[in-house]
Design a protein around this ligand. Sequence first.
Ligand code: NI
Length: 198
Amino acid sequence: MSTESIVPDGEIDRAFSIFFNLKDGASPAKNSTKRHLSDVKQIFVDATEAERILERENPLVYEFYELGIPSHPGDLAFGTSITYPGKVAGEFYMTKGHFHQILETAEVYYCIQGRGFMMMENPEGKWDCQELTPGRAVYVPKRFAHRSINIGDTPFITFFCFRADAGHDYKTIEAKGFRKIVVEGNEKPEIIDNPRWK
Ligand code: NI
């Protein structure tokens, strides 16, 4: 007998539980959404280097397991995000990043594997970057766009939770970029101004 409960369709009117693997973040409840370098090449500053890599291979940059929780006010959406280790011209692999369509939405990410940064910025020009290691959680305040960045050499895996009706706004940050980017430094990652920030 399977112990795996299925995520309810439509209105969530009952309790359920699902499994996330602590080693790789995977859940048997849903398939992951995968983003390969060809899908996200535009998020890296050095587009030429991204194209050069793509001539040889198309690595998986990140994937996430989200449950497709119906977007009702009062419900919660949750899942896992896995950003793989790698760099494009010294810039660490990262997620596209997003605002929430309901901008006044906070979110919590809890790190279960790896080492990474959560880069955040709001439309008013404030930014923050918090380091995550296993066991550490970050509170992303409302109004802040957020992006996971893998600064280690193993997968950076987090569990996230936010209000289910918040939606995602990828376009705004795609057009502007984040103010700060994270690149390989001599001894540790460096947070520098994004030369392409608009
Ligand atoms: Ni979010």
